[in-house]
Design a protein around this ligand. Structure first.
Ligand code: HEM
Length: 157
C-alpha cells in the first residue's frame, strides 16, 4: 500500500472516531442541559408552591427533598453540562469558526443562570420569603434557559 493511501485510510479512521466522540458528547450535553434547566425550573416553582403549605412538618419535608436535589442532582449535572460543552467546543473547534458569536453570548447567559441557581439555593433554605422574590427567580430561569437553547440550536450570529 502506498504512503498516500495509508494516510487517507488513517484520516478516514480519525474522522470516524471524532464523529463517534462528537455524537456521544453532544448526546450527553443535550440530556444534561435538559436536566439542568428542568431541575432549576421545577426547584424554583416548588419554592413558590411551598409558600402555600401551612403545616410545619410538610414544609420541613419538602425543604429537605429540595436541599438534596440541589446538592446531589443540580450541581453534579451542571458540572457534566459544562465539561461536555467544553469537550464539544474543543472537538468542533468552535472559536475558529466564522459564525461563533452565539457561543460567547451563550456563555454569558450561563454565568447569569449559575447566579440564579445560587439564588434558588438560598431561597430553598429560607423559611419566610415574599412570593414576588420567588417569582423573580423562577421566571428568569425559564427565559435564560430558553435563550440558551435558542442560541445553541439556531446559531443566529
Ligand atoms: C445550561 C447550560 C447549557 C445549555 C442549556 C446548552 C444548550 C445546548 C444545546 C440545546 C445544544 C444543541 C445544539 C444543536 O446541536 O442543535 C448545545 C450544543 C453545544 N453547546 Fe451547549 N449548552 C449549555 C452549556 C454549554 C457550555 C458551558 C458550553 C461550552 C463550554 C457549551 C458548548 C456547546 C457546543 C460547542 C455545542 C455544539 C454546537 C454545534 O453542534 O455546533 N454549552 N448546547
Amino acid at each position: 500500500m502506498t504512503r498516500c493511501r495509508l494516510r487517507k485510510k488513517y484520516h478516514k479512521y480519525k474522522t470516524h472516531d471524532e464523529n463517534i466522540m462528537k455524537n456521544f458528547t453532544l448526546t450527553l450535553h443535550i440530556i444534561s442541559m435538559c436536566l439542568v434547566v428542568g431541575t432549576l425550573f421545577l426547584q424554583s416553582l416548588i419554592v413558590v408552591f411551598r409558600l402555600r403549605l401551612k403545616k410545619q412538618e410538610e414544609i420541613a419535608g419538602v425543604k429537605n427533598v429540595q436541599k438534596r436535589i440541589h446538592k446531589f442532582i443540580y450541581y453534579p449535572i451542571l458540572g457534566v453540562t459544562i465539561v461536555s460543552g467544553a469537550i464539544l467546543s474543543n472537538i468542533i473547534d468552535i472559536f475558529s469558526q466564522a459564525q461563533s458569536n452565539w457561543i460567547s453570548l451563550k456563555l454569558g447567559l450561563l454565568i447569569i443562570l449559575i447566579i440564579f441557581g445560587i439564588l434558588n439555593g438560598k431561597q430553598i433554605q429560607a423559611n419566610i420569603l415574599p412570593k414576588k422574590y420567588a417569582m423573580m427567580v423562577h421566571i428568569p430561569i425559564f427565559l435564560i434557559g430558553a435563550g440558551m437553547i435558542y442560541l445553541a440550536t439556531i446559531k443566529p450570529f
